[in-house]
Design a protein around this ligand. Sequence first.
Ligand code: FEO
Length: 401
Amino acid sequence: MSSVRKVTENLYWVGVNDKRLHLFENIHPIPRGVSYNSYVLLDEKSVLFDTVDWSGCREFLHHVKEVLDGRSLDYLVINHMEPDHAASMEEVLIRYPNCKVISNEKAFLFMRQFGFDLDGRMIEVKEGDTFCFGKHTVTFVFAQMVHWPEAMVTFDMTNGVLFSADAFGSFGSLDGKLFDDEVNFDRDWIDDARRYFCNIVGKYGPFVQQLLKKASTVPIKMFCPLHGPVWRNDLGYYLDKHDKWSRYEPEEKGVLIVYASMYGNTEAAAQALASKLCEKGICNVAVYDVSVTHVSYLVAEAFKYSHIVLASCTYNLQIYPMMYDFLHHLKILNFQKRTFGIIENGTWAIKAGDLMRSFIEHELKECLVLDEQVSVNSSMKESNKTELDALADALIDSIQK
Ligand code: FEO
């Protein structure tokens, strides 16, 4: 008895869940854990699609052995060489000495870099090549930069299953529920799915768009990603989310307010703006303290909302460091197409506002900063209330356009 699950006829999930890892890629918190998915196809030939992180290797090998039930393993398809999926391949090759590895030239280069000895066991495929395992014939579709340059996806032309590598994945441990129709995705998963996409593949939106275009030319019935649920029901819902995220289009009209406050005065201004927006009828407002919330969550919320207000105190004549870190993450993730508002604060030299404006205008693509800026000198005064009103009105005008 194990956690192996049948995906569809002759196809089995043999992945593992990881609830012990604190930081994915040693950066992103994953309080709900993560799954490393891997699949076995039992056809005339037996095929394993990708492996799992080293931490789950022992359990994974048990799963593979259980499904093979005495058969040998003929092929291992590696769609993505990143170690959270490929680290266990060496153990697979030791246990199944006749197994050949199917992958592409760049992936084989990376395998050599990681120190894997594949002498005589490599079958190199190119974009559009097909391979027959018996009843099932697959084709290989390159998915460059989703999320590494060697990434590819494998489409089973016989049953419509797309082994989609990192695409259509999510943070979160499966805990027995393998399929999208076994979970309440929009309630329990979407925030982690967005956070996964934006922080892991968000930078490569144009490449995701290329893959979505290729995907639209084949009759996909199921996404089998390397993380998170398998999609067999509402594929359109998830495709639409990925289309929006990869075009850097917001999901919702609303205001994300992120503040950096040392003694509570900048926080008070941020909260006052939130109240004003709600009073004026815009209630889709989310407020975060940049010092409390991990930047991966802030990035995901930035992808979600149409408007962003940054409220920062001045620190060493600069933007508050954690606010600067948030902006830096937006820049390196290619974040774009938003309208920003600014609240600044300072006691003896107010600099944060001009510096944030300059960063947004020069470092982020297609972003607009509203003229109506709030400048707080230590604590909010009567004049700030007028400025806050003006900023709230400008945000509402922009939202309602
Ligand atoms: Fe889940 Fe790019 O590895």
